[in-house]
Design a protein around this ligand. Structure first.
Ligand SMILES: [Zn+2]
Length: 117
């Protein structure tokens, strides 16, 4: 008997570093920011200036004590991409162009990566 290989489907995030996103869930709901880092395997990402948590830090040798803001990653599903063309939060569609898949906005149908160097 052949054992079926267990398939762990890793959902590849469609959101990439540098994308502008809107936070849809959580304490920063409604805020907008730019994706600074994507943890693809965990389906999480860091958004600049969003989801910051205050932490009290004790004074160390060279470091001043006090309160610092530590960014925490959030789930990819908690954010929506803001389309650079229509400026609306949108879902991402994929368009196949030759061998490449191009991300497109489901609202206006324009390519998202177009013109992005
Ligand atoms: Zn659009």
């Amino acid at each position: 008997m052949v054992m079926a290989k267990s398939k762990v489907k890793i959902q590849k995030s469609k959101i990439k570093k540098g994308d502008k996103v809107k936070i849809m869930l959580g304490k920063d709901r409604g805020k907008e920011g730019t994706v600074e880092y994507v943890l693809a395997k965990k389906n999480k990402l860091f958004v600049g200036g969003v989801n910051l948590y205050k932490r009290h830090v004790r004074k160390l040798k060279d470091i001043e004590g006090g309160i610092i803001n530590i960014p925490k990653p959030m789930n990819v599903s908690n954010v929506a991409l803001i389309c650079p063309t229509c400026q609306k939060s949108t879902r991402i569609g994929l368009k196949v162009m030759g061998d490449a898949k191009v991300r497109m906005c489901k609202k206006c149908g324009k390519e998202i990566d177009k013109g992005k160097a």
